[in-house]
Design a protein around this ligand. Structure first.
Ligand code: ADP
Ligand code: ZN
Length: 446
C-alpha cells in the first residue's frame, strides 16, 4: 500500500453504536433522566455531595432536567485528595471491580473506581472513539499507553477488544522491541502519547527502518496537549492519520472525547459525560462558542459519580454540527491546562505555544525543553531544541541566524524574546508516558 493511499481520508465507516447520531431532543431527554438519577445517587451515598447540595439548598428533587445542572455544586481536584482514598465512592467496595490512580503532580494520588457496568460504559465510549477513526474489527492495534494504575493502558485496551479489533498490549517502554513488533505483527494503528510516538519515529530511523513503509495507518494520541504542527510532523514522518483522544481519570480515563475523521475538534460522548464551559474566575456558565474551563459531569457512573468536575482544561464547545453527522457536540483541541501555565515576566506562556513556534521553523525537531531560571530578580526562559544535523552549518553566523529565526517565531506567538539553544538530535530526555517539558530552576539555591 502506498503512503498516499494510507493517508486518504476515511469518509465512511460503520458506527458501532447509535448514541453518537441520536436526534438532539432524544439526547437531551436521556441526559435529563440520567442527571436526575446521578444527582440522587450522589446525594444519597456520598456525604461530601450531600453536604455541598444542602449548603446550596438543593435536593435531588430539584434536578429534573439537564438545564438544572447549574444548580449543582462544583467538584474540584482537592475534593478527591481530601476524601482519599474511598470517600467519594457511591458503591460499596463489594460492587467495585477496578481502581485506578493518577499521580497528579504533588502530594497524595487521587483514586478512581469502577463497577462492572462502569467498565462496560468505558469500553463502549473508547470503541465509539476508535470507530470514529474508521477502525474496525479488521485492525491490529498496538496499545503503547502504560498499563497499570494509569488509565491509558487498560482504558484503550477495553475499547479495542469491544470493537473486536486485535489488541497488542505492549504498554510503554522497550522502544526497539515496539518497533519490531509493529513491523512483524502488521500493526495498523497505535495508541500512545504524542511525545512517545515522536520518539518511536526517531528510534525507527536509527534502526534503519521507515515507519511509512509499515502497514500502520492510524495514530491515537492523547493524555497530554499537542499541536497541529505536531500532527503534521507525525502524519508526514509516519504516513498515518493522527487522531486526538481526550480523557481524565476523574471522569473515566481516555474516551471522554475524541476526534472523528474530520480532525476538527473532539466529540464528547455526552450521553455519558456532560460538558459545560465556565468562566474560571467567576464560575459562571458560558454559552457554546466561548472559551473557558471545561466542566464535566458523569451521567451514568455508578462507583464514583462526578458532579460538575472542574477539569482546569481550557477549551471551547463548538456551536456548529460536525460534517461527520454525529449530533454529540465537539470541544476544540485542548492546548492549555491552567496548571501548565508559566508566568514569565508577567506574561502567560503555555508549552504548546512554544511547540507551535518551534515547529514553524524548518530544521527543528519536535523535541524541546523549557528551562526557567532567575537572574537579577527577573525570570529567564531558555528553550533547548533539537535540530536536524544538516540545518546548522558550521559557521557561527549560520547558527546565530537559526537561533534568531526560532526566537522570532516564538516571539510572534508569545510576545516575549527568549533565548534559544539548538542542540544535536537525541540529546534531550525522552518520555515513555506523559512528557514534562519544563525544568524550573527559579527557586534553586535560595
Ligand atoms: P493527571 O491529572 O495526573 O495528568 P490524568 O491521566 O487523568 O492525570 O490526565 C488528565 C489530563 O491530561 C487532562 O485533564 C488533560 O489536561 C490532559 N489530557 C488528556 N488528554 C489530552 C488531550 N488529548 N489533549 C490535551 N490534554 C489532554
Ligand atoms: Zn465529527
Amino acid at each position: 500500500m502506498s503512503t498516499s493511499n494510507k493517508r486518504a481520508p476515511v469518509t465512511h465507516f460503520h458506527p458501532i453504536s447509535s448514541p453518537d447520531y441520536v436526534p438532539l431532543e432524544q439526547l437531551r431527554e436521556l441526559q435529563s433522566r440520567r442527571l436526575a438519577h446521578m444527582a440522587r445517587r450522589a446525594y444519597e451515598n456520598v456525604p461530601l455531595y450531600r453536604e455541598r447540595m444542602q449548603a446550596k439548598g438543593v435536593t435531588p428533587d430539584d434536578i429534573q432536567s439537564i438545564d438544572d445542572i447549574s444548580k449543582l455544586p462544583f467538584t474540584m481536584k482537592c475534593d478527591l485528595r481530601d476524601t482519599y482514598p474511598y470517600g467519594l465512592f457511591a458503591s460499596p467496595l463489594k460492587d467495585i471491580v477496578r481502581l485506578h490512580a493518577s499521580s497528579g503532580t504533588t502530594g497524595k494520588p487521587i483514586v478512581v473506581a469502577y463497577t462492572k457496568e462502569d467498565l462496560s460504559v468505558w469500553d463502549e465510549v473508547v470503541a465509539r472513539a476508535l470507530a470514529g477513526y474508521g477502525l474496525t474489527k479488521n485492525d491490529i492495534i498496538q496499545n503503547s499507553f502504560g498499563y497499570g494504575l494509569f488509565t491509558g493502558g487498560l482504558g484503550l485496551h477495553g475499547g479495542i477488544e469491544r470493537l473486536g479489533a486485535l489488541a497488542v498490549p505492549v504498554s510503554g517502554g522497550n522502544t526497539e522491541r515496539q518497533i519490531l513488533l509493529m513491523k512483524d505483527f502488521g500493526v495498523t494503528a497505535i495508541s500512545c502519547t504524542p511525545s512517545y510516538f515522536v520518539h518511536l519515529i526517531d528510534k525507527a530511523q536509527q534502526m534503519g527502518l521507515d515507519i511509512r513503509e509499515f502497514p500502520l495507518r492510524v495514530g491515537i494520541f492523547g493524555a497530554e496537549p499537542w499541536t497541529e504542527a505536531m500532527r503534521a510532523h507525525m502524519e508526514d514522518a509516519a504516513g498515518i492519520r493522527a487522531y486526538n483522544i481526550y480523557g481524565l481519570s476523574e471522569i473515566v480515563g481516555p474516551g471522554v472525547g475524541s476526534e472523528c475523521w474530520t480532525q476538527e475538534g473532539m466529540h464528547i460522548f455526552e450521553d455519558h459525560f456532560y460538558p459545560e464551559i465556565i468562566n474560571p474566575q467567576t464560575g459562571e456558565t458560558l454559552p457554546d462558542g466561548e472559551e473557558g474551563e471545561l466542566v464535566l459531569s458523569t451521567l451514568s457512573k455508578e462507583a464514583m459519580p462526578m458532579l460538575r468536575y472542574r477539569t482546569r482544561d481550557i477549551t471551547t464547545i463548538e456551536r456548529d454540527t460536525c460534517p461527520c453527522g454525529r449530533t454529540i457536540r465537539r470541544i476544540r483541541r485542548i492546548s492549555r491546562r491552567s496548571d501548565d501555565m508559566l508566568i514569565i515576566r508577567g506574561v502567560n506562556v503555555f508549552p504548546s505555544q512554544i511547540e507551535t513556534g518551534i515547529l514553524r521553523v524548518e530544521g527543528t525537531l519536535p523535541h524541546f525543553q523549557i528551562l526557567l531560571t532567575r537572574s537579577g530578580g527577573l525570570d529567564q526562559m531558555e528553550v533547548r531544541v533539537e535540530v536536524n544535523a544538516d540545518v546548522l552549518g558550521d559557521t557561527i553566523a549560520s547558527i546565530e541566524g537559526f537561533k534568531q529565526k526560532v526566537a522570532q517565531s516564538i516571539e510572534n506567538i508569545i510576545g516575549l524574546h527568549i533565548r534559544v539553544t539548538p542542540v544535536t538530535p537525541h540529546t534531550l530526555k525522552r518520555s515513555e508516558g506523559k512528557i514534562n517539558r519544563v525544568v524550573d530552576l527559579r527557586n534553586e539555591g535560595k
